[in-house]
Design a protein around this ligand. Structure first.
Ligand code: BG6
Length: 486
């Protein structure tokens, strides 16, 4: 028996910079994603080094036309194959698809007076076709793809002038697509700004004359303000429009019940939730303000900002959930990578090849924590398992590990719904293999649909259904009732 409400939205999520490719086609300008290099051998435990971007490295990348070592430039060629891909999503039974709009397809440098008509037309056709297929678009305004020109000229979001440019872009999106798109998200994983400031907000260390940390929090404050303004505009310009905020839900358990471990885990969890506190409760939490003050960080709050944040909070809270981690005060505690974080290894959990600790129950705990704290509808907008897949000589892809991951998480999600959590929908990450955000590999595969490209872009690009395709199709067709099957 299914206990998901009628009308529950089932689907998948992608991001423009990881699927579209065509990075310089039809007038598109380069974005911060287009300088991300292929990092298969990344030291998973050294995220700081992994995310270093300098003015010199940006200039070198922009002068380099190569697409092999900048995989997000080629994506999975969704820009040309989107009709076929949407047909496969419709075959899966999707009622929702999360996509993002590449800002630099509409405004190549972010500052043009005139819109790029080819970019506008691309998304209009995409959303129109989604509607025809009965798929509700859920659209992220900013998913790690700001025009790189703004990063270089303004040091990204650390400059307040970027707010106005983003608001103009958001206004364009609402007026061009508001008849087709009702569900919107402001910033993907806004909290990630501290883990990869360049990818999230275009902030470059060597341009941060007042200090890198200071620039990061300036950028974050500007994103909060821009998000509140975009929420206001969404309500004004999109009939029936709803705006969500979006968090990387990183849940941390104490490694032991030694109170020091509990306090260390609490600190991480509070830090993780502070972002949605601002976006949902409408004000900076006092604990965060004191913490920033103690660290010598000054928030660039101008008159009117606090009123705006308070007046235009998110309508719903969306989040990604992939893994959990533990924390401990013991210097000997073994650490393992997660989604752009390092946490302590939890002896009760298994990890993926990339070290991410698989924890379905953590999804239930997250849903309950978030719902209890914010009392707003939730939306799981990313959840999935990156793994290498083998194509058999017969052309089949058997991926029971992926089915096991999803089955575990969806069952726990259902339990949270049974406990009273209001959940609007679920979009898996990702329905189709794509370029990894972290390592730019495609061989870290997430999809129900296999894409015949290797990490260097060799291959036909042909799409092929994996075993998990049929499994997810049945989950959707039965509104989750098939999760009771073994
Ligand atoms: C999320 C991002 O944090 O994690 C996605 O929003 C990303 O863009 C996903 O793809 C999985 O991470 P990765 O590094 O395996 O692609």
């Amino acid at each position: 028996m299914s206990r998901f409400p009628d009308g529950f939205l089932w689907g998948g999520a992608v991001a423009a910079n990881q699927v579209e490719g065509a990075w310089d086609a039809d007038g598109k300008g380069p974005s911060v994603a287009d300088i991300a290099t292929y990092k298969p051998h990344l030291d998973l435990k050294d995220f700081a080094a992994h995310h270093v971007v300098t003015s010199a490295s940006i200039a070198a990348a922009l002068a380099d036309p190569d697409v092999t070592h900048y995989p997000k430039r080629r994506g999975i060629d969704f820009y040309h194959r989107w009709r076929d891909d949407l047909a496969l999503f419709a075959e899966l039974g999707f009622t929702v698809l999360r996509v993002s709009i590449a800002w630099s397809r509409l405004y190549p440098t972010g500052e043009e007076e005139a819109l790029n008509p080819a970019g506008v037309a691309f998304y209009r056709e995409l959303f129109t076709q989604m509607r025809r297929l009965g798929i509700e678009p859920l659209v992220t305004l900013s998913h790690y793809e700001m025009p790189i020109a703004l990063a270089v000229k303004y040091n990204g979001w650390s400059d307040r002038r970027v707010i106005e440019l983003f608001v103009r872009f958001a206004t364009t999106c609402f007026t061009e697509y508001g008849d087709l798109v009702k569900l919107w998200l402001t910033f993907n994983e806004i909290d990630s700004i501290r883990r990869h400031p360049f990818t999230t907000a275009g902030v470059i260390e060597d341009k941060s004359t007042q200090g890198f940390e200071q620039a990061i929090y300036e950028a974050l404050h500007h994103q909060f303000v821009a998000g509140a303004e975009a929420t206001r505009l969404c309500h004004e310009l999109v009939p029936g429009g709803r705006m969500g905020c979006m968090l990387t839900k990183l849940i941390t358990y104490p490694l032991t019940c030694e109170p020091g471990d509990v306090a260390a885990a609490q600190a991480r969890n509070l830090e993780n939730m502070f972002y949605t506190d601002v976006q949902t409760l409408g004000a900076y939490p006092r604990l965060t303000l004191v913490d920033l003050e103690n660290r010598g960080i000054r928030l660039p709050i101008l008159p009117g900002d606090e009123e705006l944040l308070a007046a235009h909070t998110a309508d719903f809270v969306s989040f990604s959930y992939y893994m959990s981690m533990a924390e401990s005060v013991s210097p000997d505690a073994e650490r393992t990578p997660g989604n752009t974080v390092l946490g302590v290894k939890n002896p009760y959990l298994q990890s993926s090849e990339w070290g991410w600790q698989v924890d379905p129950v953590g999804l239930r705990i997250s849903l309950i924590d978030l719902y209890d704290r914010y009392r707003k509808p939730l939306f799981v907008v990313e959840n999935g398992f990156g793994a290498r897949d083998e194509v058999t000589p017969e052309g089949r892809i058997h991926d029971p590990y992926r089915v096991a991951y999803f089955k575990g998480h969806l069952r726990e999600m259902r339990r949270a719904v049974e406990q009273g959590v209001e959940l609007m929908g679920y979009t898996s990450w990702a329905p189709i293999d794509m370029i990894s955000a972290g390592t730019s590999q495609i061989t870290k595969r997430y999809g129900f649909i296999h894409v015949d490209f290797d990490d260097l872009g060799n291959g036909s690009g042909e799409r092929r259904k994996k075993d998990s395709f049929d499994w997810y199709q049945r989950v959707i067709a039965t509104n989750g009732a098939s999760l009771d099957e073994e």
